[in-house]
Design a protein around this ligand. Structure first.
Ligand code: C5P
Length: 227
């Protein structure tokens, strides 16, 4: 199938506190976005759409072209919106007519191994469903009301969702067109539109760089494995 990736990189990075939009913070000589695109371009894609903050579109294009090498003609950059969902929608509007599968990936999950992309695409091919990488939940999860613990959730039935999340293009477009509220991820939006979603194995390296501690961890990891 012909596959496109939408890489959302239009977040502000407020929780990271690194003084720049998150995807444009450096891990080594290269930005979070550049590292994320290295993983994206490891696969056989027909189109890559980067969604960047309005004032970073030029910078994102430079990063994306570097990461793409001789596949630079496949890359485009579009300005994002106020929410992640709006940013994905902006990317979706640019998907080429011949694309059959769309992978939506957080730039902030910069160290996601290429094997995770492969597992998502394989599951879509095999099931015809959407597909999401999940990790088992390690901590015991409590229900908390104020200062009182009121219950415990059976963690064996939980999975922590990562990206890339992949869908048939027609399914994703119809679900976005029908969405009437904000969802925290694309799989929830597509599931609410009535479509089944497959779970595939995620990877601990697919963690989302969110806090200063995450940034430290990512910097340590890439220091041992430069681009
Ligand atoms: O804020 P959070 O870490 O959940 O964002 C997940 C991903 O969505 C990040 O890669 C971020 O750049 C992107 N995003 C976006 N547009 C927004 C908010 C977040 O592209 N308005």
């Amino acid at each position: 199938p012909r596959i496109a990736a939408i890489v959302v990189a239009a977040g502000s990075g407020t929780r990271l506190g690194a003084g720049a939009p998150k995807a444009f913070v450096g891990l080594d000589a290269h930005t979070i976005l550049r590292h994320a695109l290295r993983g994206v371009f490891a696969g056989p894609l027909a189109q890559v759409i980067v969604v960047a903050p309005q004032d970073r579109v030029g910078e994102a294009l430079t990063d994306a072209r570097e990461a793409a090498g001789d596949r630079a003609p496949l890359v485009s950059v579009v300005a994002g919106g106020a929410s992640r969902q709006e940013s994905v929608a902006a990317g979706l509007a640019r998907v080429l007519p011949e694309i059959e599968i769309v992978l939506v990936h957080d730039a902030a999950r910069a160290l996601t191994p290429p094997a995770v992309f492969e597992r998502v695409v394989e599951a879509i091919d095999r099931t015809g469903w959407g597909a999401v990488p999940v990790l088992p939940v390690i901590d015991t999860i409590k229900r908390v009301e104020g200062e009182r613990i009121v219950g415990v959730v059976d963690r064996s039935e939980l999975g922590a969702a990562q990206t890339p999340q992949g869908f048939r293009r027609d399914v994703l477009e119809a679900a976005y067109a029908a969405a009437e509220r904000e969802y925290t991820d694309d799989a929830a939006l597509v599931a609410d539109a009535g479509h089944p979603i497959a779970a595939v194995d995620g990877d601990p390296l697919g963690f989302k760089i969110t806090t200063p501690a995450d940034l430290e961890r990512a910097r340590t990891l890439v220091a041992g494995d430069p681009i």
